[in-house]
Each structure stands twice: as structure tokens, then as C-alpha cells.
Write a protein of this length. Structure first.
Length: 308
């Protein structure tokens, strides 16, 4: 039986922010066996790996000139091969304020179904560690857009069928669009997560939705679609059910963690990104329907009442 294990990368990032800047219930003067806060994932489909690592009770934002006292090593437990991760400063925005943080990275290729051991060691010998199992390889999902031209446009359904995945970590559509008359360089993006709507269908995972409503009901203004991308990630066997964990629970140091002598979570995934040209063409061809409908009704929401 296939199972949907909900867990978005956005939720994982929120956990990292909460844990990285949280003092928890520990007295900062007391000694603790929690040394590092870790956020990230090993991706079998990526050419480089990036992991956010901070001292467990420091802020996620570091001041310039204060490198982290950490030697980070990744070992393939199947082959014994060990790789040292390098540290680099990255800039990010926090409440419109520019901050910096350390990411540790490596160009080391990650294998499907392999088991890895990530170790972080301070110069005084204190260590944190995590074991990560990668999911097996899986085929591209089936992107289905059946011919239903005899049905009203809002009722036209599309579907995604996913085979070979036991635990689903992410499923999103990214729409690239622009308003009529605007140049392509002024394009915007709309990202819609479907992870919580995936169902188990026999030996596969499946999703059915109405693309006309899903896009035009959110984008407003009947824009022109230039591109549709499908983003999918299979999680390893230890991927948590992040979608059903509230922020208060995520903020607890030991609630969702696989880090020994530390806090946070690092998982194993295999991500895919596919273009869905048939769906892009469908939405482009139905854009005039949206213009006609919204110009007729005083309340444009009436044009998108058939939401699933």
C-alpha cells in the first residue's frame, strides 16, 4: 500500500528558523549535549548539496567575521566513502532586513537508496550527527490532460499520477504568467501546493484538479500563461509528516528531529522538475473564456464556483 507522507520544504524551513533561533528551555549557563541545529536535505537529483548548520542556541543570523566552529563530514555507510563539506556565507532577507547565515555544501553525488551519516564536530570534540536514507529512483509522474471539450471549461479536469513513490515530500505547480499587453520579462509566478490533496490510488499516488479554476481563480485579472512547471519530491523512509505538525510543536527542540546531540532535521529526497506544456496550452487557449466571463459578472468569483 502506498502512503502519502505530507511534508513540504516550506514547513521544513520554518522548523529550521524556529529551532535555529530558539533558546528552548535550557539554561544558557548550563552545559548541554545539544551542539548544532541542522536544516536541509540530501537530494539524489542535485549536483550539489547544501545544509544549514548553526550552533544550537545561536540566532539563525550570524554576524560577519564569526565563522562556525564546525567540521562537517558526510559518510556513505554502504561504501565507506567520506566527504568533507565546505562552509560558505549566504545572504537572505528576514522581515526585509538583509542577514547572513552559513550553509555547508559539497558537490558530492548522492545515490538513491544509499544510507549516509552526517557528522558535525566542534574543535573541542563535541559532535552532533544524523543518519539519512535516500528514497529509491522513480519514473516521471504521468501528467494527464484528457480530451473533454464537450464539458464546460471550469469543469475540465487534469490529473497527476505518481508511481514508485512510497513517501511524497512535495508536489507543486508553478505557473509563469503575465498580464495582457505586458512583455515576457515582466512575468510573475504563482506556486500552488497540492501535497495535502494527493490520494492513494491502488499502487500509485494520484491528484485530480480543475486547472481553469485553480489558476484563474487565484491569479485574477485573466493573465496569459507562459509556462507550467511540476515540482515533485519523493522522501526517504524517515521523512516526517510535517504537514500535520503545528508551528508550536515544530518549535520544540526534540519534537521533530533526527539529529543526535542536536536539533533540527535533515532528510533524503529525490526531486524532479517537469514542464507541462499541454496544461500551459490549455490555459492559454481558455484565457479568452476568463476575460468574457469576468467582464459579464459584476462579481468575478462567480466565474470560478466549481472549485474542487
Amino acid at each position: 500500500m502506498r502512503s502519502v507522507v505530507a511534508g513540504s520544504f516550506a514547513a521544513l524551513l520554518m522548523a529550521a528558523l524556529l529551532l535555529g533561533g530558539c533558546d528552548t528551555d535550557f539554561d544558557p549557563i548550563q552545559e548541554s549535549d545539544l551542539h548544532f541545529s541542522v536544516f536541509g536535505f540530501l537530494d539524489a537529483a542535485a549536483d550539489s548539496q547544501f545544509i544549514r548548520i548553526t550552533p544550537v542556541r545561536d540566532s539563525i543570523a550570524l554576524t560577519p567575521g564569526r565563522p562556525i566552529d564546525a567540521a562537517v563530514m558526510l559518510e556513505d555507510l554502504n561504501t565507506g566513502r567520506a566527504t568533507t563539506f565546505r562552509d560558505s556565507l549566504f545572504t537572505f532577507l528576514d522581515d526585509d532586513e538583509e542577514r547572513i547565515a552559513y550553509n555547508f555544501w559539497s558537490p558530492e553525488p548522492i545515490e538513491h537508496e544509499a544510507v549516509y551519516r552526517l557528522t558535525m564536530a566542534r574543535s573541542d570534540g563535541a559532535t552532533s550527527a544524523a543518519t539519512i536514507t535516500l528514497p529509491p529512483a522513480y519514473p516521471d509522474p504521468e501528467l494527464l490532460l484528457p480530451e473533454q471539450r464537450d464539458t464546460p471549461v471550469p469543469s475540465f479536469t487534469a490529473a497527476i499520477r505518481i508511481n514508485g513513490v512510497e513517501r511524497l515530500a512535495d508536489l507543486r505547480l508553478v505557473f509563469t504568467f503575465r498580464l495582457p499587453g505586458e512583455a515576457p520579462e515582466n512575468a510573475q509566478t504563482l506556486t500552488v501546493s497540492y501535497l495535502d490533496r494527493v490520494a492513494v490510488l491502488s499502487n500509485s499516488l494520484g491528484l485530480q484538479f480543475r486547472p481553469y479554476n485553480e489558476f484563474f481563480g487565484r491569479a485574477r485579472g485573466c493573465p496569459i500563461v507562459d509556462d507550467v512547471q511540476v515540482l515533485i519530491a519523493a522522501g526517504g523512509p524517515d521523512w516526517p509528516d510535517f504537514l500535520n505538525i503545528d508551528d508550536e510543536t515544530l518549535a520544540l527542540a526534540d519534537a521533530v528531529t533526527n539529529v543526535e546531540n542536536g536539533v533540527g532535521f535533515i532528510g533524503g529526497v529525490s526531486r524532479k522538475k517537469l514542464s507541462w506544456n499541454a496544461l500551459r496550452n490549455f490555459l492559454a487557449s481558455t484565457q479568452p473564456n476568463c476575460v468574457q466571463c469576468t467582464s459579464f459578472f459584476r462579481n468575478p468569483d462567480l466565474c470560478f464556483r466549481n472549485n474542487p
